[in-house]
Structures are given as structure tokens and as C-alpha cells.
Design a protein around this ligand. Sequence first.
Ligand code: RI2
Length: 309
Amino acid sequence: MDVDSTVNAIKSMEIRGAGRIARAGASALADFAGSYEGDDSKGFMIDLMAAKAKILDSRPTAVSLWNGVHATLKGVEGCGSVEDAKRLIIANAERFNEGSVNAVKTIGEIGAKRIQDGDVILTHCNSSAALSVIKTAFRQGKKFKVYATESRPWRQGILTVNDLAKEGVDITLIIDSAVRSVMKNVTKVFVGADTITSHGTLVNKIGTSQLALAANEARVQFYVCSETYKFSPMTLFGDMVTIEERDHEEVAKAGELDPRVKIFNPVFDSTPSKYIDGIITEIGLISPGSVYHVMTSQLGDDIFKFIGD
Ligand code: RI2
């Protein structure tokens, strides 16, 4: 897909999920490079930066999109010609996307070790990383039940329950306000991530923090399933994570409310690290306190480039 089609698909949530939107952003830049004609380096860079800005603007909360775009553009400023830059962008995008897909598989293998026969799992929204953990454990023959929340207002939980039902998993749909009541039957919680800050705070679908609070009260293990490219370098330098607010029509149908009624529709929330028992990543199961060390060791001196971004 070209840049404009990709941006529209991400904004409309036709393409959604922090991992998927990152791969879509990388692929859109590869499509831009592959279809670019001309050898004027200055003009190419101006058009490339415009494409980058459009993609980054499509959804503000998931740092995965930002990291995917930056991984795809890494080293472009050092290319001697447009052709070299195009080749590098296409190669970077392919490497990022392959790594991203492999990471979800590895997270599944590592996380499945934390699921035992008899477990009752709770998950929220529709996370490919969390579902990879659940599906991998199921395919290993482990016997467990799963509850999934509806995840209002976009109801991504419907995608989750239908996906797990097709897999043959014992799956039950609950409404979001049933979480604390159901938590007394739950043994482990697995959720995904849109962004994890340098100090281990999880930014994920709205309602995640309520699951974490209820899990903590019930002494239930709370795991985050997240690729390391969802760790946010900008938060290391004090930046805040933007919590996306979406259309009011997602909450109430047009004409349903008295026109004087206001609607507040934030679609992500923050869960402090103290509520997180472990982050299952493609490089292992780590504590929230390790995010700084993983991020700085992966990015090296490049991390200081992000101070101003
Ligand atoms: P994966 C989703 O956001 C959910 O918050 C989910 O937990 C997170 O992205 C990660 O998804 P949205 O795109 O990358 O539904 O694990 O708003 O698929």
C-alpha cells in the first residue's frame, strides 16, 4: 500500500494493533522508495520526510510505529545517491518486518511456559503478542480456560474471542465492567502493549489499568507481552506519551444523546510498573525495571538522537 492509503487505513483502524501498524508504516516507506522516480537527492529527502511525518501522525500513542519508521530510515542520511537510499529503505523495512513477525512467535514460545494446566487466563483488547502466548500454550496441549473483555468502545475483544474459538480454545467473553468480579476465578493475566516507557509504565488499551488493579488486589500474576520495539526512547528524556482520543461516535451513536452531553473517549491508559509481574519480550521475560537497560543496550549512542524528537 502507498503512504496515503496506509495512513488512512491506520487512522480508520482498518489496520490496527501496535505491531501491525509498525509493519504497515515500514512497508509504506518501502513502497514510497520503490515507486520513487528521479535522482535529485534533495528532492527525494524532502518527499521522504513528508511521507515520514504523515505516517507518524496517523496514530500518536503506539511508539511501535515511531520505532518502525526510524528503523526503516536508519542510515538514509549517509547514502550517496537516491538509488542507494531507496535500496537501504527497502532492505531496512524488510528486516524490521521480518524481525517483528519473528518476535511475536518468540514471545509466544517464552510466554507459553508461564501457562500451566488448569490456568484461567484473562486478556484484554486484541493483542497479537498476547494471543501468540495463549495459542502457543494451547497448541502444546495445555488445558486452560480464557476470559476476554469486550474492550469498549471499539470492541476489539470480539476479534479475540472469535480468533481463539476458531483455534479451539475454551473462551468466554465478558463485558469490561465484569473484570473485578471475574478476577477471583483468574490465575494469570496476559495483555499486549502499545508503548512501554523507560521506567516500565505500560501504555495499552483503555481499561488495562483496571485489570492490573484488580489483579493486584486478587494476587493474580499480570504479564505484559511486548516486542522491545514498543519501548519508548523519548520517555527516557522526559517526553510524555500522547493518549489518543477518538471520535465520539465510537461511544454513542449520532442522535442518541442530548446535544448538551459531552463525550470523553481516551483509547489508552497507563499502568504503573508496580502492577506488572513481568514483561514477556522476544529477548526474554524481564522486569519493568529492566526496560532502561534493554533500550540503551539496543540503541547504544543512537539513543541520544531521540532527545529532540
Ligand atoms: P499487538 C492495540 O491497540 C491494543 O492496545 C493492543 O494491546 C496493542 O495494540 C498491541 O497489539 P489498538 O490498535 O501489537 O487496538 O500485540 O488501538 O497486536
